[in-house]
Design a protein around this ligand. Structure first.
Ligand code: BDR
Ligand code: CA
Length: 316
């Protein structure tokens, strides 16, 4: 079992990622830290609790983190994910679970004071991680993997022509983490996540195979389906974050290359990942940029896990 901390800004696809993570057999989710991103951190904590209640995993501790970016004004994405962050599904919290008293950055900084066989999957802006790193510069040396959903290499941005939301929301944090983590960041950007589309057919399959789970997924993605059709004429919805979890569990799902990555913090390219594929900066690689994904293998892993299906028997 690989221990992992998930840092997230839970709206629709973060919740799908958490559903996958807490039920993946080779992952042990030791804590969930929450950052302000797609939704404010207070609301994000409520959405984590809703997810953990649904998955019967209220044993996992939650730590609330930053209320906004390091230096910039905070811009949520509730226009994309609904005011409740879960597609206006307005699912009720029924337990009295709350976030721990310790804040997320302090928890992360303390956890990685000494070497740990724990990885981190970051599914939102990197504010909590940057704050923890400012407090404890040894974090990178003391964790065993760091996967970040964010950035883009050749795919278009989703917040500007060149920037992806998580890094655009807090570019200073992203820039700081890439510059100082001292650990190779596995960058699951839009090049790979845009290929993961939860289609109406897959949703129908979910509802047939496990009515309770299928209805939950349908309730939280309904609004997101509508958003994708209105904005891009996509049937279904792109689910970015579950791929970062699936890839952490099974690194053969994605392939790419290692190089130096920086993040633009000013100007019209704000939040853009500068992927130095031709080695202009002559800097050591600080990232592995994932550019190819086996989407059918992702869906096999995702659906088998969240729908509690027997793994498919494929004859060779
Ligand atoms: C990011 O924003 C949201 O769509 C997802 O949660 C993901 O983390 C992609 O830009
Ligand atoms: Ca997210």
């Amino acid at each position: 079992m690989q221990k992992v901390i998930i840092d997230c800004d839970p709206e629709i696809d973060d919740v799908l990622a958490l559903m996958l993570a807490v039920q993946t057999p080779n992952l042990d989710v030791v804590a969930i830290t929450v950052v302000s991103g797609n939704v404010p951190a207070d609301l994000g904590v409520q959405n984590v609790i809703k997810c953990l209640e649904f998955c019967d995993r209220l044993d996992i501790p939650i730590y609330k983190g930053a209320n906004g970016p390091l230096k910039r004004a905070y811009v949520s994405a509730q226009d994309t994910h609904g005011q409740d962050g879960l597609g206006e599904s307005h699912i009720k919290v029924t337990s009295n679970k709350q976030a721990e008293r310790l804040d997320a950055a302090t928890f992360l900084a303390q956890t990685f004071q000494t070497p740990q066989s724990i990885g981190v999957i970051a599914l939102g802006p990197l504010t909590n991680i940057a704050q923890a790193l400012i407090a404890n510069q040894n974090i990178g040396q003391n964790l065993n993997r760091f996967v970040s959903m964010g950035g883009t290499y050749q795919a278009a941005g989703n917040c500007s022509p060149v920037a992806e939301y998580n890094y655009w929301c807090d570019p200073d944090a992203a820039q700081y983490v890439y510059a100082h983590l001292d650990h190779r960041i596995e960058m699951i950007g839009l090049d790979v996540t845009r290929q993961i589309v939860l289609s109406p057919d897959i949703l129908t399959y979910c509802q047939y195979m496990n009515a309770q789970v299928g209805q939950f997924i349908g309730a939280i993605t309904h609004f997101y389906f509508d958003f994708h059709w209105q904005q891009e004429r996509i049937l279904g919805c792109v689910i970015n974050d579950p791929l970062a979890v699936a890839y952490f569990s099974d690194p053969t799902l994605c392939s790419g290359f290692s190089t130096y990555v920086d993040v633009a913090t000013t100007g019209i390219a704000l939040g853009q990942t500068l992927v130095d594929v031709n080695n202009f900066y002559q800097r050591d690689a600080n990232a592995r940029v994932l550019t190819q994904v086996n989407a059918p293998a992702f869906f096999e892993q995702f659906l088998t896990t969240v729908l509690h299906l027997e793994p498919a028997q494929v004859s060779s």
